[in-house]
Design a protein around this ligand. Structure first.
Ligand SMILES: [Zn+2]
Length: 308
């Protein structure tokens, strides 16, 4: 009875989807987002130097970085300014990571933030903004290693941070991620494993297997994070990470609400976790992709001398 009802509902939903397009999320429709800074000819947007979900030593990078100084920063969508912080106006000038910043609310549960801005005096500090409004100029305030705009998109009153690439117009990116190798980190140091030879090593106890990978984007010198990561040992079930959102769950930021930072990265490398190697020959297959869908894969042939 229930299942028949469910299948009728599913059919109804399918028909509704075909006729009307996908249903709006219960918590509201997504605004029309635009890039806050355009560098060069769109969609050839260069100088995205960091992507969402990268390792920042002890936390996930929660937005995108666009390098450049004094660039006009516009809202990702129409909305209202909910908060700004301008260091020069603050009599106590406490050190703040984001530097000068602006937070916007776009309605239907969508928020955005813009960090490391130049002095906000002369720029809007309250009220409504349109996509044409100049919010500020990009700068180097706060904890910032060079002039850039850091920006992010949030939902759930800030408890869910979304990869901006999933809501912004697509930009050109023709370069696939580069898989550089596997790493085993032990108290004696790092052992690096390459895909182009048979690697032999001895394990005295289980250690996590780490992956070195970087995505050049359009600027071949940039080391950006990947969007999708999938790996498999021998005939084990494949494991996967998708860097589309982090959620604050049980007191910690977790990738897709499931994987903590420590579970996802070790010493800046992607953490493939502790794998149950067989004694002797093993195969680790790795697949990575950037948000534009450029893919790379590699196969690592490992001969393991298991001493545990
Ligand atoms: Zn950043």
């Amino acid at each position: 009875m229930l299942s028949a009802r469910n299948s009728r509902l599913t059919l109804l939903c399918l028909i509704a989807t075909l006729l009307l397009g996908p249903p709006a999320r219960a918590d509201g429709e997504r605004p029309q987002f635009q890039w806050p800074i355009i560098k060069g000819e769109f969609p050839d947007l260069r100088l995205i130097t960091s992507t969402f979900g990268e390792s920042r030593i002890d936390h996930f990078h929660n937005g995108l970085d666009i390098a450049g100084d004094n660039d006009a920063v516009r809202p990702m969508a129409a909305g209202d300014i909910v908060y700004t912080r301008n260091g020069p106006d603050d009599p106590f000038r406490p050190e703040q990571g984001p530097g000068n910043y602006t937070y916007l609310y776009h309605g239907n549960g969508w928020w955005s933030g813009y960090y490391h801005l130049r002095n906000l005096s002369g720029y809007p500090r309250a009220g409504a903004v349109s996509p044409e409004t100049i919010l500020a100029r990009s700068g180097n305030t706060g904890h910032s290693g060079g002039p850039h705009l850091h920006f992010f998109v949030a939902r759930e009153s800030g408890y869910e941070i979304i990869n901006p690439l999933t809501v912004l117009p697509d930009v050109t990116d023709e370069n696939p991620p580069i898989i550089e190798g596997l790493v085993i980190l032990t108290p004696n140091g790092e052992t690096h494993l390459r895909a182009d030879r048979i690697e032999r090593f001895r394990l005295t106890r289980p250690y996590p297997i780490l992956l070195r990978v970087r995505d050049p984007g359009l600027e071949t010198y940039t080391n950006r994070g990947v969007y999708r990561l999938r790996w498999r040992l021998n005939d084990d079930e494949a494991r996967e990470r998708v860097f589309d959102r982090v959620q604050f769950v049980d007191g910690d930021w977790k990738l897709q609400g499931q994987h903590s930072f420590e579970e996802s990265f070790v010493s800046g490398y992607y953490n493939l976790g502790i794998l149950s190697f067989a004694e002797g020959e093993n195969l680790i297959e790795v697949f990575v992709a950037d948000y534009a869908g450029n893919e790379s894969s590699d196969r690592f042939n490992l001969v393991v001398d298991r001493q545990y």
